[in-house]
Design a protein around this ligand. Structure first.
Ligand SMILES: [Ca+2]
Ligand SMILES: [Ca+2]
Length: 214
């Protein structure tokens, strides 16, 4: 390939738009673990299940966003990626408690593929912070997940209907709404500390030694 053709090929690649989608889902009437309305200013997330169409249990600890190729910030072990964090609000006109995403554009790549399920997570007792690195989830924190509801797409392909929320095809930006997602019925799971794991190992070793002596 001569240099001119190489340069032209490079230009063609760099001007070729990234395949991307825009998401702005909303959940209305979100509740805490006891069925009470959630206040404004608490943590909400958009999470994409990148591969297995399921949402694993959240582990305690820090959070990070995972939107660039090869990102490793998963909220479970290795599949559910946090792509946005935002604050819950209270609609001033209706006093409805909401988790309304401000909207996020997501590049489709080898992980984020059309058809991947996504969800809004809300945390009634965890305060939102604009810097996600300042947010730490503790074992026992309650949270709720909503991943289905009305899907309204501009255009003529899909009408309104209750269905799973999935990443749309390239260039699409359907709206997603669930007006009754219910209570925050899940709990952040504890992670055993390395020291307690080591102690557990020592304890097991002790038991084995004792059995051998007996
Ligand atoms: Ca998953
Ligand atoms: Ca995927």
């Amino acid at each position: 390939m001569n240099n001119t053709i190489k340069i032209l090929a490079l230009i063609a690649c760099s001007t070729f738009a990234h395949a991307s989608v825009t998401l702005s889902p909303a959940a209305e009437n979100i509740q805490d673990a006891g069925g009470n309305p959630v206040g404004a200013g608490n943590l909400a997330l958009i999470v994409v299940s990148t591969n297995d169409n399921d949402f694993g249990m959240i582990k305690e600890g820090g959070l990070s966003l995972n939107v660039s190729a090869g990102g490793m910030g998963f909220i479970d072990d290795n599949d559910d990626a946090v792509i946005q964090h935002f604050a819950t609000t209270v609609n001033g006109f209706t006093s409805i408690q909401e988790a309304v995403s401000p909207g996020i554009s997501l590049d489709l790549d080898s992980r984020f593929t059309p058809g991947d399920k996504f969800a809004i997570y809300w945390f009634p007792t965890v305060a939102y912070d604009s810097d996600i690195a300042n947010i730490v989830l503790s074992a026992g924190d309650s949270y709720g997940i909503v991943s289905s509801g009305q899907v309204r797409r501009d255009g003529s392909v899909e009408g309104d209907g209750v269905k799973d929320w999935v990443l749309p095809d390239d260039g699409n930006s359907p709206s997603h709404l669930n007006s009754a997602p219910g209570i925050a019925n899940l709990e952040v799971q504890p992670v055993p500390e390395p020291t307690s794991l080591a102690l557990l190992g020592l304890g097991t070793l002790g038991l084995i030694t004792r059995r051998r002596r007996a």
